[in-house]
Ligand binder design. Structure first.
Ligand code: NAD
Length: 323
């Protein structure tokens, strides 16, 4: 595999003025949520990501019970570059001990995150997995609290994340235009589930930047397979396993194909992939470069899509009943 030398494509993130790398660094694996990752490996992975063109890093206090933020903070510090050279997103409201989107908790949360990340500000603060609480609380209490943090300079932009796509429209329809800068959707723009596609025109009309996470469906589309806690049904897991096996039998990497599928839609500003080793970073960045040069392997993609057809757009329940 050729190690990419050219800088990666940067894409505009909604109206924020930020230019994020097409592949973003998902730091949840640095919290050892997909298996143990040592501190030296975590730092080396972050350094390699930045070296070969990734400028966008995503974490949360929830990942590994704050471990991911601490590891990412160490990795970013080791870069020894100006703060403005990289973009950091973290989240609030979801913690190992549960959910708390109160104004008081999110104010405290950002201070704790900044300390763990060893930063003075984050570029984006997301409300993490809002479907687990009353969306009206997000609209009337959490977002106004984040606006104050914006005025205080602790955060530059406000985002919301969640699995069900209708949480985005619910909140965006109830806040003044320009209040929410970005949304982060996960497991909805990949080979097995591309339902985010239908929402893209609406998000564009609202001027909201779109980040899509988990192109590998949180491990379903990897040779290693999903972690124990993966919420997919046995049917979805076994179809993805068959797709992985098919690619392997052809000597192809399903991770490359799946990532390229997500990257091909330029209305998505950044595709966040979870990475825990230097070699994964190199492989994933090479996938972007190759997509630009050679395009996607259409034949294998069609075969994989045929295998996944019976489970296409199958997801899993997440959150509370909002009615
Ligand atoms: P993912 O689909 O990116 O898969 C990650 C898994 O794939 C990890 O086990 C990783 O080690 C492995 N992997 C990555 N590149 C590989 C390669 N080239 N070869 C083999 N294996 C490879 O899932 P994810 O990590 O859950 O999602 C990406 C990021 O998006 C997260 O780290 C997180 O930052 C963010 N995210 C946010 C939310 C949310 O806000 N609710 C939800 C999911 C993900």
């Amino acid at each position: 595999m050729a190690i990419p030398q050219a800088k990666m494509e940067l894409r505009s993130l909604g109206n924020t003025g930020l230019k994020v790398s097409a592949v973003g660094f998902g730091a949840s694996p640095l919290g050892s949520v997909f298996g143990p990752v040592g501190e030296d490996d975590a730092i080396a992975t972050v350094r390699e990501a930045f070296r070969i063109g990734i400028n966008f890093f995503d974490t949360s206090p929830y990942y590994g019970g704050t471990l991911s933020e601490k590891m990412l903070g160490k990795g970013l510090k080791a870069l020894q570059v100006p703060r403005s050279d990289y973009i950091v997103a973290t989240k609030c409201g979801r913690y190992e001990e549960g959910f708390d989107f109160s104004a008081e908790r999110v104010r405290k949360s950002i201070d704790e995150s900044l300390e763990r990340l060893q930063l003075d500000y984050v570029d984006i603060l997301h409300c993490h997995d809002i479907e687990f609480v009353s969306l009206d609380q997000i609209v009337s209490e959490t977002i106004p609290a984040l606006q104050k943090l914006k005025q205080e300079g602790k955060i530059r932009f406000i985002g919301i994340t969640g699995l069900p796509l209708d949480v985005f429209t619910y909140v965006l329809d109830r806040v003044p235009p320009g209040t929410i800068d970005v949304i982060l959707s996960y497991c909805h723009y990949g080979v097995n589930d591309s339902t985010l596609l239908d929402l893209l025109p609406y998000l564009k009309s609202k001027g909201v930047g779109v980040i899509s996470a988990s192109p590998l469906s949180m491990g379903l589309l990897t040779e290693q397979g999903p972690p124990e806690w993966h919420p997919a049904s046995p049917e979805l897991k076994s179809a993805c396993k068959a797709a992985v096996a098919h690619c392997k039998s052809k000597g192809k990497k399903i991770t490359k194909l799946a990532l390229q599928y997500s990257l091909a839609n330029k209305d998505i500003s950044s595709v966040l992939v979870g990475m825990s080793s230097v070699s994964q970073v190199q492989e994933n960045v090479a996938a972007v470069t190759e997509l630009e040069g050679l395009g996607i392997d259409q034949e294998t993609l069609s075969e994989v899509e045929a295998i996944l057809k019976p489970v296409k757009n199958l997801t899993w329940p997440s959150g509370i009943n909002q009615n």
